[in-house]
Design a binder for this molecule. Sequence first.
Ligand SMILES: [Zn+2]
Ligand SMILES: [Zn+2]
Ligand SMILES: [Zn+2]
Ligand SMILES: [Zn+2]
Length: 134
Amino acid sequence: MTGRVVSQPGYTLPLTNPVMVGYKKPCRFCGNLVEELSVMCPFCGRAHPLQAVCPYCIAPIQPGWAVCNTCTKPLVIPCPRCGAQVGPDTDVCDRCKTVVRYRCPTCVVVIAVGDKKCPRCGTKLKEYWKSKGL
Ligand SMILES: [Zn+2]
Ligand SMILES: [Zn+2]
Ligand SMILES: [Zn+2]
Ligand SMILES: [Zn+2]
């Protein structure tokens, strides 16, 4: 007898839903067309390419808001290294390139360094922190 099937307990990433083709809109950062339900732009890698949302609770926000009116978390935070203001659309300080926020690789909600799994979608984060060297 041959052909013993070895199944690997691999690390499977959740596949994104096979969204119907056709509904694409320009990313508000880079202008490339992305699927309507994308949580991350595949071209520029930024979160929520089609609509400004709170990075903590994913409620829609308006440009210029300093605080989310749903979860009351500050949307603009000072960079811990240089003190520059970092808004909700970026996680890296423009001035000194310090990472000011980390996001779940699946649902892109903000996660705290060291979280074992995403509080929103439950994605296990051990590998993610390892890949970031944390
Ligand atoms: Zn983009
Ligand atoms: Zn919020
Ligand atoms: Zn900075
Ligand atoms: Zn998540």
